[in-house]
Every structure is written in structure tokens, then in C-alpha cells.
Ligand binder design. Sequence first.
Ligand code: NAD
Length: 297
Amino acid sequence: MSKPALGFIGLGNMGGPMSIRLINAGYEVFVYDRDEGALARAVSAGAKQLTSIKAVADQVETVFLSLPTPEIVDAVCLQGGGLREGSKVKQVVDLSTIGPRAAAAIAKGLLERGMVYVDSPVSGGVTGAVKGTLAVMVSCPRSNFDALDDALSVFGKTFYLGDKAGQAQTVKLANNIMSVTAVAITSEAIVMGVKAGVDPKIMLDVINAGSGRNTASADKFPRCVLPRTFDVGFAAALAYKDARLCVDEAEHIGVPMVVGSAVRELMSITLAVCGKDADFSDVVKVVESWAGVEVRG
Ligand code: NAD
């Protein structure tokens, strides 16, 4: 059976490589991004460029989104010139992290126009997006999931979490508060070791052979902090957004998050100190500045 044509809006750190994986898997992919550089990279990999959100929604039945914030996803779906005005689109597969309440509200707005919102956030970073090893969390009507499984499997391992928009977002927020906490606490622990005179490379080797091992100690620190490249490829602003969405959601449903709240504040400080273009791994620079040392491999 021939593969359906797909739309893809948001071709950044994640959407760029994910759209290219779809092209390489044999899908015809129509793309739009407001950033010309991002568009050009996708087009050079074989994507078909369109000039607006509505043009994508007039071209294909299934549109993927990989966009930064709930406000932007809401605008792209429901505002004037958005997907809801498209003549052909039937389902919107949202790979962004936007939180369960935004997902439910957008699903409702799209349903009023006869469209299905497929809540489908992903985890595994830019490396996972390039290699196709992401965890793909999905909640939507089962029939939509079954029909999409071939395309979603191009990104990694799919998990069906239920039929309601927002269920997948809840799992994604839980995952990300743990991931952000790993970077925050690893920053504090390694800076402590350096200030006490220990080689951070040896310290990470010990921790990774021991019970402190986590995604920051095993991957982000050796790859991006020891060589001082600070290029995880996940913006500190997005990590802050995820921590904020998670603590807000926990508060909303009556779950205290003491550690999560502290981590959210550390991300807020990182943004204030390092600026809006800071990388997720820049957290360690804040702790370094407080301690007066540098973590170098
Ligand atoms: P990014 O900022 O690199 O990419 C977002 C893209 O969306 C950019 O190319 C931007 O130009 C485009 N865009 C923004 N507003 C637009 C609009 N109105 N119309 C068209 N295009 C628009 O972000 P990213 O790191 O790729 O993350 C995308 C989503 O995936 C976020 O929700 C993020 O939280 C989530 N996520 C990111 C990672 C990661 O490691 N980077 C991992 C998992 C999930």
C-alpha cells in the first residue's frame, strides 16, 4: 500500500530530524516553518515547502506539529489562518510538550471542526530524533493510533496511553521533571566534587558505575559539559517550560511537588542569568558561578 502524504509544521531541533526520518521512510512530506533556515534544511532533505499553515492544512489529511509552547500550538491549530481553517486536514499529531490541559482544550477546538487531535509528545532528545530511538507517548482514539502506528514508529517506540487528549502529556511532564531534576542535581553534585579537588571525569565514571547514575551523568555531562560545548540541543527555556507545566499540573490535581518546585526555580534562574538562548546544560554554569569553580574534562 502506498504511504499517505503528510504535513509537518515546526522543523527545529526535533521536528527537523523527525521530518527527515519520515522522508527517508518513503513518505511525501509537506512542510512549513516560520524560520527560513529550518525550512531550507528540510527542503534540501527532500521535503516539499509550503508557504503557510493553512496551505499545509489544505494539502494533506494528517499534519504533525513540533512547536515550542502551548500558546504557539493553540495559535497554529485554532487561530485565524490556522489548521482549523484547512479544507483537507482530518487529524493533527502534536509531538510538542504543551501539558494536559492545553492538549484537552485544543482537542476540543479541533473536534468542533471535525478534526482529531492526537496527543503525541516524545522523549529522547535530538539524538533520539535523529536515530529514531524516541519514546513516543500517544493518547487519542484507538483507531487513529492504529492508523498512525507505521508513521509514528519511524520516530521510535510507540506507547498507547489511552483515548483522551492530555494523558500522554501527563506522562511526558512526569518524564521531563525527572530529566530536568537529573541535570540540576548532577550539576550541584559535580560542582561540589570539583570544589573539593576531585577530577570531574573520574567522578562521573564512578557515579556511572554506581547508584547515582542518571541521564545527565551518563550522557549530557560527558558529552556537553566536560568539553564545555553546552549543546544538548534542548533550550533552557523549553526545560523551564516543562518544569513549570509539570508543577502547575501537579498543583492543579493536588499533588505537592517539593523537589520539582526547586528544580523549576533553578531553571528560572538559569534563564535569567544565561539568557533566552541558553542551552539546558547551562544550569551547571549557574552553580559554578555560585561555587567559584569550573567543571572541565
Ligand atoms: P525548536 O525551538 O528547536 O523548534 C521549534 C520550531 O518551531 C522552530 O523551527 C520555529 O521556527 C518553529 N515555529 C515556532 N512558531 C511557529 C509558528 N507559529 N509557525 C511555524 N513554525 C513555528 O524546539 P525543539 O527543541 O525542536 O522542540 C519542539 C517541541 O518538542 C517542544 O514542545 C519541546 O518541548 C519538545 N521536545 C524537545 C526536545 C529536545 O530535546 N529539543 C525533546 C523532546 C521534546
